[in-house]
Design a protein around this ligand. Structure first.
Ligand SMILES: Nc1nc2c(ncn2[C@@H]2O[C@H](COP(=O)(O)OP(=O)(O)OP(=O)(O)O)[C@@H](O)[C@H]2O)c(=O)[nH]1
Ligand SMILES: [Mg+2]
Length: 202
């Protein structure tokens, strides 16, 4: 798949702000600062479609990006940002759960984890939650440029083990800095969308 067209379609904190459900959606989840927005920019080839920042907690809304007028990528706000107030993290949880549990056109959630670190308790919890809702199966290991080729396989093995992945679950190492791994992710996304009956359109 080649992404020829990408644009932000909606910024939402509640259901009434979501765009209409006519297009299939694939969402990106992961802790704050893991690289969700950077990955979106890499996939679309647009440097600043999604806001990237050194300070975590940048994306605090659910951002819907319309891709090729065919489907959407949904950038979810990151979890695990310590400085966010308790009350705020509760409303964060509700915002995400509302989306993940009630969005009928949501196909899959790509879970992002930092390749350098063993998945955190929250990463594991998130993945189990996705599994429970049948949204699991694709993991992106971000910042792959930070480990050597040698370490890469070891890091992926740790991620597989900690998230209790099955053999059919996919882990894709990606680097937004070196611009690698996105082709594989695009291919996986295309397969997901085709399997859902959007084949002739892509
Ligand atoms: N070295 C390296 N740095 C990266 C990569 N991807 C993202 N970063 C950096 O990680 C930081 C966070 O990236 P974002 O894309 O804003 O992360 P996010 O997951 O969208 O964060 P929130 O919006 O806070 O949830 C930025 O400083 C990026 O430049 C990568 O592949 N390699
Ligand atoms: Mg972000």
């Amino acid at each position: 798949m080649i992404i020829k067209k990408s644009e932000i379609e909606a910024v939402a904190v509640k259901r009434t702000q979501y765009p209409e459900a006519g297009l299939k959606e694939i969402a990106f989840a992961g802790r704050s600062n893991v690289g969700k927005s950077s990955l979106l920019n890499l996939l679309t080839g647009k440097k600043s479609l999604a806001r990237v920042s050194g300070s975590p907690g940048k994306t605090r809304t659910i951002n819907f990006y319309r891709i090729n007028d065919e489907f959407r990528i949904v950038d979810l706000p990151g979890y695990g940002y310590a400085k966010v107030a308790k009350s705020m993290s509760r409303s964060w949880g509700e915002m995400i759960e509302n989306y993940l549990e009630n969005r009928e056109n949501l196909l899959k959630v790509v879970q992002l984890v930092d390749i350098r670190h063993a998945p955190s308790a929250q990463d594991i919890q998130m993945y189990e939650y996705l599994r429970f809702h049948g949204l699991d199966g694709v993991v992106v290991a971000t910042k792959a440029d930070k480990v050597s080729r040698n370490e890469l396989q070891k890091c992926i093995a740790v991620i597989r083990k900690m998230l209790s992945l099955s053999e059919t679950d996919i882990v894709i190492p990606v680097s937004a800095l070196k611009r690698t791994g996105h082709d594989k992710l695009l291919a996986v996304m295309e397969e997901l969308l085709c399997g859902s009956g959007a084949a002739e359109k892509l």
